[in-house]
Design a protein around this ligand. Structure first.
Ligand SMILES: [Zn+2]
Length: 300
């Protein structure tokens, strides 16, 4: 059963986590500014996000004033209708690619075509894959009916909003997607990483880990160097800088091992099976671990 959990990063920054959702849902964050509330990401469903918005407006006695998107993947974007009356800020790359997608695969017809194609693939599989149990009754209606509006502003490199009391830096860095950005709140020293950092990987979709590539390590290093007091990842619980360091060191070592196996002519199949590959740094390993390792082997 899906549950919404509100977690305080501090008195002015609240994260809505969507727990036990059969489909991946990104965190939504509310940041109290002097003259309004800035929200970050919209998750997959406007119904949850609207609830969060109105509860935060009541809690802080301030109106929502803007939405930032860390990137334009569905699990951060499809709940956008909860903020369609506000300025919506995304990277310039994201603004352009979304405008195109809304004409094509995310148009009403495009979405119908996608669901039909997926249904055909699922029928061929015979049984629903793990985590897809609510595909028909929950995911499909949301996907087909979500009201998708266009962001209103594209940022090329960087944008800063707020006041001396509290400001938000929105910085486009790429990585997880070409359009990915992170946000940094001062003086709180809270960093919102988008999906360039995720925590509790086993509870997230396979692609979240599989999309990771060696070049993303530089971004993790950048996050460490910024020296935040807390980091709100794109998915999962709030973490500290130590978690970023542990992740970066682990991923870097894994990529190096896969690289050297590749150079030594070890086949993908054998590399994936190899017992020398290290244990994951989180207690739970992803159920699709072999698939993730093979993606990493390709990019190592
Ligand atoms: Zn995501």
């Amino acid at each position: 059963m899906v549950s919404l959990k509100y977690v305080q990063a501090n008195d002015s920054i609240i994260v809505m986590r969507i727990i036990d959702s059969p489909f991946n849902q990104g965190n939504v964050v509310c940041i109290e500014l002097e003259d309004g509330l800035a929200f970050v990401d919209a998750s997959l469903k406007a119904v949850y996000t609207s609830k969060f918005r109105s509860e935060m407006e009541e809690r802080f006695g301030k109106k929502a004033s803007m939405l930032f998107l860390t990137h334009t993947h569905r699990d951060h974007y499809f709940g956008i209708d909860a903020f369609s009356d506000l300025p919506i800020i995304v990277s310039q790359v994201g603004l352009e690619s979304l405008a195109k997608s809304l004409e094509e695969e995310l148009s009403e017809e495009g979405r119908v075509r996608y669901v039909e194609a997926m249904n055909e693939q699922l029928a061929e599989l015979g049984a629903l894959p793990e985590g897809w149990e609510r595909w028909e009754e929950d995911w499909v209606p949301n996907y087909l009916n979500a009201k998708l509006s266009r962001p209103t502003m594209g940022v090329k490199d960087e944008m800063i909003v707020g006041s001396e009391k509290r400001s938000i830096q929105f910085r486009v860095v790429g990585g997880h997607t070409d359009c990915s950005a992170y946000l940094y709140v001062e003086p709180d020293r809270v960093l919102l990483s988008g999906d360039n950092l995720v925590a509790e990987h086993a509870k997230n979709s396979t692609c979240m880990l599989a999309l990771l590539k060696p070049s993303c390590m530089e971004l993790l290093k950048l996050f460490e160097d910024i020296g935040p007091s807390k980091i709100i990842p794109g998915h999962g619980p709030i973490v500290e800088t130590d978690y970023v360091r542990t992740s970066r060191e682990w991923f870097s070592e894994m990529f190096a091992k896969l690289r050297s196996m590749k150079d030594a002519g070890v086949t993908l199949e054998n590399a994936v099976k190899d017992a020398r590959l290290q244990e994951f740094f989180e207690p739970e390993k992803h159920t699709q671990w072999d698939r993730i390792l093979s993606e990493w082997y390709q990019v190592a």
